[in-house]
Design a binder for this molecule. Structure first.
Ligand code: GDP
Ligand code: MG
Length: 162
């Protein structure tokens, strides 16, 4: 079986865009509307020397009632089946309280976490990354999923952990 990388983060940070960049498909649902991806979505990344499975998840919104409870459950299942967790945050929004909550959830799993700081296009890298250093995650990677920048470094960081 191929190793699994899960993409986790708030709605609208660019998880599905990253999924598309990694799997080079138009399969994942990308939308301007937050919270569109309700289910886990699987693809295979063939861009590195070894293939791995990528799981796109709906966002953890912090509102866990009704459909959001289902989404949160899907995220937890994705965390369970993954070897590596890619925590996607939005450089434009900056660090939000929900990010802290999601990180807590990820840390409870004990699995390795890569912090992908997305939407860094047009921003100074140091400004974009700065406040996320507070998370204390060693592997902090600037990303522009929409412009396919930083994906190679993300793959290179994930592979040794798989
Ligand atoms: P998800 O809810 O986390 O899956 O986020 P989506 O992938 O659906 O993206 C949400 C919005 O952010 C869409 O309008 C994307 O076009 C936009 N977006 C995604 N990645 C980037 C990026 O690297 N830079 C910019 N500027 N926008 C992005
Ligand atoms: Mg999505």
């Amino acid at each position: 079986m191929l190793p699994v990388v899960a993409l986790v983060g708030r709605p609208n940070v660019g998880k599905s865009t990253l999924f598309n960049a990694l799997t080079r498909s138009r399969d994942a649902l990308v939308a301007d509307m937050p919270g569109v991806t309700r289910d886990r979505h699987y693809g295979v990344c063939h861009l590195g020397p070894r293939p791995f499975v990528v799981v796109d998840t709906g966002g953890l919104s912090g509102v866990e009632e009704g459909i959001d409870a289902l989404t949160a459950q899907q995220v937890r299942l994705a965390i369970e089946e993954a070897q590596v967790l890619v925590f996607v945050v939005d450089a434009r929004d900056g660090l939000l309280p929900q990010d802290q909550g999601i990180l807590g959830e990820l840390r409870r799993s004990g699995k390795p976490i890569l912090l992908a700081v997305n939407k860094t296009d047009g921003l100074e890298e140091q400004d974009a990354l700065g406040e996320f250093a507070r998370f204390g995650i060693a592997a902090m990677l600037p990303l522009s999923a929409a412009h396919n920048r930083g994906t190679d470094d993300l793959i290179a960081a994930a592979l040794p952990l798989l």
